[in-house]
Design a binder for this molecule. Structure first.
Ligand SMILES: [Fe+2]
Length: 275
């Protein structure tokens, strides 16, 4: 069963407000709403009329933000044979790690480790599959804390991370890098903004094109722009949402989604809405 969406409208509004550096007093002034109403929004209280006033000031799409508040949208989960998702916990957050393996191959590639690689190891050992590579999206603890454990338990396969986010033992890569392993072809895009140099891995060779995006974009939301909100938005617009619509997006938190569904349903990208 798919895990819940990572973010709802209160998180989306907070991320946009923080990202744009708009003080609540400014939001009050520009929307004509009371301060208490705005503060209520960030606690998850809403009326359609309130969201309609706030969304444009924050550069968000009104209709999909309302859908998020009403919890009326969930992405159709793409079926990709050989794509496995593993969940682990970081406090009360669920973190995703991915494993890809072609049916005829006895090797796999893993993307991030989460906080506990036990289930990944159980799968690999139980199916007698080798590990060709560990591809890391970014260096935040929740995504890499079992990197050493996975590596040393599986014959030290190469692991990869962006040169601007080095971690111990990993090979440092940048845009232009590519890899053929386990019957798959990988290339990368730098999708920084949430982190200094987050990587989106593009994978060819499965039944659909796949992008492992880390925390760059989530189903119906995006990672917080901790380094630069503007850069995160721009990278997602130019490097992820320009991929073919059937590209399966594998985010670091929340369920799977596709480029087509995010263009239509993600409130952070009003310009792709087909209305
Ligand atoms: Fe992160």
């Amino acid at each position: 069963m798919a895990i819940p969406l990572e973010d709802f409208f209160e998180d989306i509004i907070s991320k946009a407000q923080r990202g744009l550096g708009i003080e609540t007093s400014v939001l009050v002034e520009r929307t004509g709403l009371d301060r208490e109403v705005i503060q209520g929004l960030r606690r998850g209280e809403f009326e359609v009329d309130t969201i309609s006033k706030v969304a444009p000031v924050l550069g968000l799409d009104t209709q999909t933000l309302i859908a998020s508040a009403e919890k009326s949208w969930f992405p159709i989960q793409p079926e990709v044979p050989g794509l496995h998702v593993f969940h682990s916990y970081y406090g009360d957050m669920i973190v995703n790690a991915y494993l890809m393996q072609l049916p005829e191959k006895n090797e796999a590639i893993v993307f991030d480790t989460g906080t506990d690689c036990t289930e990944i190891l159980n799968y690999l050992r139980g199916s007698n599959i080798g590990l060709a590579a560990i591809c890391v999206t970014h260096s935040h603890t929740d995504h890499i804390s079992d990197l050493d454990a996975l590596r040393t338990s599986m014959n030290n396969p190469p692991s990869y991370i962006h040169v601007k986010e080095p971690v111990h033992g990993a090979t440092l890569i940048e845009e232009g890098w590519s890899l053929e392993a386990a019957g798959l072809r990988l290339s990368i895009q730098k999708t920084s903004g949430h982190s200094v140099a987050g990587i989106t891995y593009l994978i060819e060779g499965m039944s659909s094109p796949i992008a492992v995006v880390g925390d760059a974009i989530f189903a119906g939301s995006m990672g917080g722009g901790m380094v630069s909100y503007a850069e995160a938005l721009q990278n997602n617009r130019e490097k992820i949402l320009t991929l073919p619509d059937n590209t399966v997006l594998c985010p670091g938190h929340g369920p799977l989604t596709t480029v087509g569904q995010e263009k239509e349903h993600n409130p952070f990208y009003p310009e792709f809405k087909n209305r």
